[in-house]
Design a protein around this ligand. Structure first.
Ligand code: HEM
Length: 435
């Protein structure tokens, strides 16, 4: 299950940075298409259990499948993302991997090394099966890369067939540069598993928190009355769609429609990067969810690697091997940042229709750590925030969200605030009537 070069080489992060910092229009269109298809696939099942008024529960595991399938589409291509076994194993692997990690942390040192192989048995099996499913696609692309490089060397540019423009191709190219030990199916599939692990849970949890907050939190209007965020966010979607979204077909899948799908809101499709960036209110709302709900007590976990250790400006010396972290949650909610920093304020960094920009959800700083900060800040954050906005956009346009009073508490998982994803979901959706 190990990915041997993960701690010594950072091409896995480079490939994400190269393809996801500025997703191409094609990548974004593929992500949006797959999200809509996956969402409607899930809802067609969930609606079977709707009550007489049409409300159905939206469980976190449905969200996980939607996020996993659509992220796989953008990162690995249409073949793998539509492979049910691949999707199932990917989710199984990342859940098992996380559980094994947490369980391992709880064990005393004396038995940890003995029990670790047992704890990781299931995820190791899933990992092997994922590699076998990926193998034909990986070998095809690896062979194509080699023959393209040969053709370039021999001046046969007409024989070059470009690889699909996604994260997987970029990763294959990066591993090739590092030599035959790295350019293997096992290593490349291992990096892809890591992507799935880091990409799907956090994104889904953030969406789940956002839905709970949309259902239960309000803001104070200028007249002093409290109001739901939902109508303002819907108005913003309509305004931006009218001014920013071009009705162009940018991906072949744009023409695939879900065969059983009821009519969707006319503004559901075609959202460009610029249009998503223009959603100032939604961006601020997502940022506030990340700030208040997606931050563990600490961030920037690092181990001092320099042989002689490091000495901080304060004179404190940290020997090699010292484990350090920043008390991120306390910093984020400290009043020196904002007098009401400990409260949820969905319009903290922007409001619908507001032109001047506060910090974006993706802007890291020394007071905002959900994606870390500095050299190792999450390279997938631009993609993650786009994906979160695309899901919320689809739900806001096409579904009503039932109010919840009060907001259910987040059970603590160790020191993390995980939304109530187990048991009966508190989130109820109902299809909106679309003209
Ligand atoms: C809401 C969703 C996400 C959250 C909250 C999140 C958060 C984080 C955090 C806190 C780090 C560590 C940063 C540090 O130590 O300074 C990280 C690293 C990383 N994330 Fe994300 N992430 C998310 C989504 C994604 C996605 C969609 C991808 C895409 C594959 C991704 C890929 C990575 C990678 C490759 C690293 C390691 C970077 C390195 O070591 O240089 N993440 N993420």
């Amino acid at each position: 299950m190990q990915v041997p070069f993960l701690s010594t080489h950072i091409y896995h992060a480079e490939a994400v940075r190269a393809t996801m910092n500025n997703s191409t229009p094609e990548m974004l269109a593929a992500l949006e298409d797959e999200l809509i298809l996956a969402f409607e696939d899930e809802v067609s099942e969930l609606e079977k259990a709707a009550d007489n008024d049409g409300w159905f529960r939206y469980p976190a595991d449905a969200g996980l499948r939607i996020v996993s399938r659509s992220a796989s589409r953008a990162m690995f291509g249409i073949g793998l993302c539509r492979n049910e076994a691949f999707n199932k194993l990917t989710i199984e692997f990342s859940l098992g991997f996380a559980k094994a990690g947490f369980a391992g942390m709880l064990l005393p040192n004396s038995v940890r090394n003995v029990l670790r192989p047992l704890l990781s048995r299931r995820p190791r099996e899933s990992a092997k099966r994922i590699t076998e499913i990926m193998r034909p696609e990986l070998e095809k692309r690896m062979r194509r890369l080699e023959s393209n490089l040969k053709a370039r060397e021999e001046g046969r540019s007409g024989d070059i067939v470009p690889l699909p423009a996604d994260t997987l191709s970029c990763l294959i190219e990066e591993t090739h540069k590092h030599g035959p030990d790295h350019f293997t199916v096992e290593n490349i599939a291992g990096c892809c598993r890591i992507y799935s692990f880091v990409a799907i849970h956090s994104t889904n949890l953030c969406i789940f928190h956002s839905l709970l907050n949309l259902a239960s939190l309000t803001y104070q209007q200028d007249d002093g009355q409290r109001a739901s965020y939902v109508p303002s966010l819907r108005d913003e979607l309509s305004e931006i769609y009218a001014s920013e979204v071009l009705p162009t077909a940018t991906s072949e899948a744009r023409h695939i429609d879900h065969q059983n799908a009821p009519k969707l809101h006319p503004f559901s499709k075609g959202w460009t990067g610029a249009a998503l960036d223009g959603l100032r209110g939604l961006d601020s709302f997502v940022r506030e969810n990340l700030r208040m709900k997606m931050q563990g007590p600490t961030s920037l976990h690092r181990t001092v690697a320099a042989d002689g250790g490091i000495t901080l400006k304060s004179g404190l010396h940290l020997p090699k091997g010292t484990f350090i972290a920043v008390p991120a949650r306390s910093i984020q909610i400290h009043e020196s940042n904002d007098p009401d920093a400990a409260e949820f304020n969905g319009w903290r960094t922007g409001r619908p229709g507001q032109a001047d920009k506060g910090d974006a959800a993706t802007t890291t700083s020394s007071t905002y750590f959900p994606f870390g900060t500095g050299k190792h800040a999450c390279p997938g954050r631009f993609f993650a925030v786009k994906e979160i906005k695309l899901v919320l956009k689809h739900i806001l346009l096409n579904y009503e969200i039932k109010e919840i009073e009060p907001r259910p508490k987040d059970p603590n998982l160790f020191v993390y605030q995980i939304p109530p994803t187990r048991g009966v979901s508190p989130i109820l959706l109902r299809r909106r009537k679309v003209q």
